[in-house]
Design a binder for this molecule. Sequence first.
Ligand code: S3P
Length: 255
Amino acid sequence: MLRYATAGVLTRLCSSSIFQSVKHLYLIGSMGSGKTTVGRLLAERLGLPLYDVDALVEQAAGATISEIFERFGEARFRELESATLEEVACRPAGVVATGGGAVLCERNRARMRQTGWLVYLKASLETLWGRLRRSANRPLLRTATPRETLKSILEAREPLYEEADWVVEVDTLTPAQVANILQRVYHPVPDTPLTIPVLAGQPHGYEVKIAPELSMHAATCLLEQIHPTRVALLTHRRLLRWAEPLRDALARRGV
Ligand code: S3P
């Protein structure tokens, strides 16, 4: 599921010009949330470069993240991470897979905000732990009680992650579905609604569609997908202004 964390983002979504001024899409979120996997898929679809901050740090240091932590400690890793992020911020537009702790530094957050959109891939502790319990290359989880460690790291960082422009709740989505959603966020296709699966694959699953002038699309989609003869339109009285065109569009098609 995707929601809009900052006021006005929906309006911005509908104005294509804003996207031209945007450079990067920064994927933020906990380790195990899928930033690298989603980033790779998304970069491919958008035809943009992928900047994987952890991989770039490893390249620059000539050592793995675990080795950097072991030899020089976390503080040194954070310096390298900030320097890499700073360097990436100046590169041509791309998808940036950040490390889970990149948001800890105020300067990193400010730099990301200045140079792109922040997208939080939000996953529950259960999902994250399921993915990370066997991971050998997360030095921060090398403690006596790694699940508890992950829980407290997540709790401490959650407010920083929530500052993102977009939050995608990834628990029930595949990386490809997350990439699809973000592809549309970055490059809205005129006249085609952004479709967000909720509870995908489950019996009560449904889709949320977002677009300017949605009524015409909603009518066409409904008719193509389920061929109804009757439709009950449930709405709030404040939204009648938008519901009426949909009712009329359906009526014109004999529903
Ligand atoms: C870290 C997350 C890791 C890596 C390092 C520290 C963190 O990246 O940068 O182990 O502080 O959460 P991923 O989020 O890609 O696993």
